[in-house]
Design a protein around this ligand. Structure first.
Ligand SMILES: Cc1cc2nc3c(=O)[nH]c(=O)nc-3n(C[C@H](O)[C@H](O)[C@H](O)COP(=O)(O)O)c2cc1C
Length: 237
């Protein structure tokens, strides 16, 4: 199984998203998957110009000459793609959105209806990779991911694909925290991420047991807010 993770954090290799993806892919690789993390912030990805030339003049090929040529190949040669992004204003980062917009050469322009009678563009290829989502956000509470979650589901519908796994972490800034008391909590969470990667590569799904572990808050919201506000006070003084 070939898994390619596209990390849309502007922080690239230093991102919390990167920590999550690296652990997940380590587990997947241990289960025999061929796994790669692509840092989109290191790639040249222009905005889509909306010219639709990839549907008319050069079907399947974008006229912009940048790194998307290589990245589209990576998408289509994967069995599973991981769309990994920190939460920015309740949704994906701008880098991730540019990447998603530039996937449209993979579609055929003709309209067709799906099984529920909703419209979408037709397939250009016989099949598309499944999608897994990995995201973290700065605030406490998983409800912050509701827009992002819906966004990826709708995107998967448009792309004739399906979301097969989702991992969302709130209080994500704790991931690289060096406070002694948090170390065992973070280590446990990282272990669950590896297990999730292993399960997805082996069985095609994350087990309910692992999903429950990944859902557990790292610390209480009250404690997080108290420490976070102290941090901002220190930064401002
Ligand atoms: C422009 C911007 C917008 C953000 N919007 C949100 C948000 O809507 N909700 C939230 O909980 N955190 C938000 N955050 C916080 C990030 O999600 C958080 O810092 C995250 O841990 C960054 O992950 P990364 O290291 O993978 O980039 C935002 C951060 C930035 C810079």
């Amino acid at each position: 199984m070939r898994i390619t993770a596209f990390n849309g954090s502007p922080r690239g290799k230093g991102s919390n998203t990167g920590v999550m993806v690296s652990e997940f892919l380590a587990g997947a690789a241990a289960a025999g998957a061929e796994a790669e993390q692509v840092f989109l912030s290191e790639r040249k990805i222009a905005h889509c110009m909306g010219c639709f030339k990839c549907w008319t003049a050069t079907p399947g090929k974008c006229v912009i000459n940048d790194d998307m040529k290589d990245l589209l190949q990576k998408v289509m040669s994967s069995d599973l793609i991981i769309l990994a992004t920190p939460l920015y204003i309740d949704d994906v980062t701008g880098i991730m959105k540019d990447f998603m917009d530039r996937l449209i050469p993979l579609m055929d322009p003709h309209f067709e209806s799906d099984n529920s009678g909703e419209w979408r563009h037709a397939k250009r290829f016989s099949s598309y990779p499944d999608i897994a989502v990995i995201s973290n956000c700065g605030m406490p509470g998983r409800q912050h991911f509701q827009v992002l979650k819906l966004h990826f589901r709708r995107m998967a519908r448009n792309f004739h694909s399906k979301v097969t796994a989702e991992i969302y972490l709130d209080c994500g800034e704790l991931l690289k925290n060096q406070v002694l008391i948090l170390k065992p909590v973070i280590a446990k969470y990282r272990k669950s991420l590896r297990k999730a990667g292993e399960e997805l590569a082996k069985d095609g799904i994350i087990s309910a047991k692992t999903a429950v572990k990944l859902e557990k808050p790292l610390i209480s919201a009250a404690m997080y807010i108290k420490e976070a506000n102290k941090y901002w006070d220190r930064e401002l003084s």
